[in-house]
Design a protein around this ligand. Structure first.
Ligand code: GAP
Length: 552
């Protein structure tokens, strides 16, 4: 703490700002600044200096706090080990040696995955007027897949590396041009087309497929939903559910699986209809097809500028890219780890005329997280052709029947979203000497852990009552084993945002402490208000420090 001192030298008064500091165990006084010859002048100058010192101190604290928010880099292999150790994800049939491309979600993983899907549905369906949902079947009429083009075109080129003997999938255009990751040449002579749809038999001998995307069920039900939900163009239909692909080389943990879940929207418009929605002014790395073809780097720009300059051709694409990015960022993902990349002509899917991917910087490189394709009227017209049903709708304005276009199809894998939130929240705290999973409370598998400070009947009774009350609404756990420090560490690693301790004072005052995972700060809150406070904290409707009495 700094203080003003007056010194008399040869009959004159001089004022200084001094500070006591402990140096090598001894308290020493150090002069920080000369303040002038009058008391008034000295007080004014001292205030200015001290204000600046406080500001510097606050900036230092802020920088340290920001450093705490930086994720700890971890490889995808180590993430898989962490997920198994904590009960997030196991290899399917692990006790039999696993089964490549199939994963099981454990007691924490299932909660987090459900939370991701719930938040996606809330944001894309409940909070909008123009989107409704469906839940289609996994196995459907095989003609659906003929009409969609999957039977004929949904395939990869299968090659084997001559050196490491590993199978790999490559793009048709890359045959003869690329090498294996190990540096070896592929056996191009024996390259073969590999169909990606899983086949099955229905009844005695009817051939059918497990759906490779959820999208087609939206197209086949399009007309019913339009009529029953009384939708008006532009509008969307959303779906969350399983998809299956017989991937040649499933890899990178959950990134490329054979069984996974998709969260998809087909967004229908009148041909050439303009986007009526405001496009968020988000800055992001933009990688156009042209830049890739010219071997240039992606450039950072506002999505709105990319649209204005014609880098992104359609307002709808700009709108959906910005909207999808905001979903991730609002749930705690780091915007610096995202970029948008346009598909080059040679990589567009058979149904798509333009496609932008939202990409994420995974530990194994920039990869597709979510595809946003312009499918035009490809699917509806194919289903009209194959089903011989009229899927057109009557447009009140033009008084004509039109076949809507899918201007954008935001399509996101749940497992890839799961990885993003895990990577961006994984943090090793050197002071605590344990991992802290800084998940957004909305995504955290367990919302609160309840601890009696020691195992004693009266404390356990209050704790059990609180547990019973909270678990009616939230996924909470009761934990009374080990020291409080161990219990905090266990829950930090599981991403539990709040730990509730019941102590001696709780018996007297009917209150408890809530400890916040990321800051370790604690507040005392009345038991009668606890449920409401937790609800508000999880939904970010209240700041932690003002939600109760801060424990100093
Ligand atoms: N209906 C459009 C469609 O299915 P896609 O680009 O093939 O497009 C969409 O897939 C999203 O589904 C991808 O961006 C990715 O998030 C997820 N996805 C696709 N294949 C996957 C796989 N083998 N494992 C995990 N997720 C996958």
């Amino acid at each position: 703490m700094a203080f003003i001192v007056k010194k008399a030298i040869k009959g004159n008064e001089y004022y200084y700002l001094n500070e006591n500091k402990r140096i090598e165990g001894k308290v020493k006084t150090k002069t920080i600044a000369y303040l002038g010859k009058t008391k008034k002048e000295a007080e004014k100058k001292a205030k200015e200096i001290m204000d600046q010192m406080n500001k510097n101190e606050m900036e230092k604290e802020k920088k340290e706090a920001e450093k705490l928010l930086e994720r700890t880099e971890i490889s995808v292999e180590d993430m898989a080990i962490f997920c198994k150790r904590k009960g997030f994800v196991y290899q399917s049939a692990d006790i039999y040696g696993g089964f490549a491309g199939f994963w099981d979600f454990g007691h924490l993983g299932v909660e987090m995955k459900n939370n991701i899907k719930k938040e996606w549905w809330k944001f894309h369906v409940w909070q909008r007027k123009d989107i409704v949902g469906i839940d289609g079947s996994i196995i459907t009429h095989p003609l659906v897949w003929k009409a969609s083009g999957h039977v004929d075109s949904f395939s990869d080129i299968f090659v084997v590396c001559k050196k490491c003997k590993k199978p790999e999938k490559i793009d048709k255009n890359d045959l003869g041009k690329v090498k294996c990751k190990c540096g070896g040449d592929f056996d191009d002579k024996n390259a073969k087309e590999f169909k990606l749809m899983f086949q099955t038999t229905v009844g005695e001998n009817e051939n059918a497929y497990l759906r490779p995307e959820t999208a087609q069920l939206i197209f086949t039900n399009f007309k019913f939903v339009y009529d029953n939900a009384r939708m008006k163009l532009p509008f969307g239909i959303a779906q969350v559910g399983k998809a299956f692909r017989n991937e040649i080389a499933p890899r990178d943990f959950l990134f490329r699986c054979r069984e996974f879940e998709q969260m998809e929207i087909e967004y229908f418009i009148k041909p050439n209809e303009k986007c009526p929605y405001e496009i968020a002014n988000t800055e992001i790395l933009v990688y156009s097809a042209e830049a890739q073809e010219k071997n240039e780097n992606p450039i950072s720009m506002k999505i709105t500028d990319a649209l204005e300059k014609g880098v992104i051709k359609k307002d709808w694409h700009a709108y959906w890219l910005a909207t999808e990015l905001s979903w991730f960022v609002n749930l705690g993902a780091n915007p610096d780890n995202f970029r948008i990349r346009q598909h080059r002509k040679d990589e567009l899917a058979h149904y798509s005329s333009d496609c932008w991917d939202l990409e994420y910087k995974f530990p194994f490189g920039w990869k597709e997280l979510e595809g946003i394709a312009d499918r035009k009227d490809y699917d509806l017209s194919q289903h009209e052709k194959f089903s011989k049903k009229d899927l057109k709708i009557f447009d009140e304005n033009s008084k004509t029947r039109i076949l809507p276009h899918v201007i954008c199809e935001p399509s996101l894998g749940v497992e890839r979203a799961f990885l993003v939130f895990m990577f961006d929240s994984y943090f090793y705290d050197e002071k605590r000497e344990n991992i802290v999973l800084k998940l957004n409370p909305k995504l955290a598998p367990i919302k609160a852990a309840i601890f009696p400070i020691v195992k004693r009947e009266d404390l356990e009774k209050v704790s059990t009552d609180i547990f019973g009350e909270l678990k009616e609404e939230l996924n909470v756990i009761y934990d009374d084993s080990g020291s409080i420090g161990r219990r905090y560490a266990r829950n930090d690693e599981a991403g539990t945002p709040y730990c509730i301790t019941i102590d001696e004072d709780s018996l007297k005052n009917r209150d408890i402490t809530i400890r916040e995972r990321d800051t370790k700060k604690q507040i005392r809150v009345k038991i009668s208000e606890l449920k409401d406070v937790l609800r508000k904290l999880i939904n970010a409707e209240k700041e932690f420090e003002t939600a109760g009495k801060l424990v100093k």
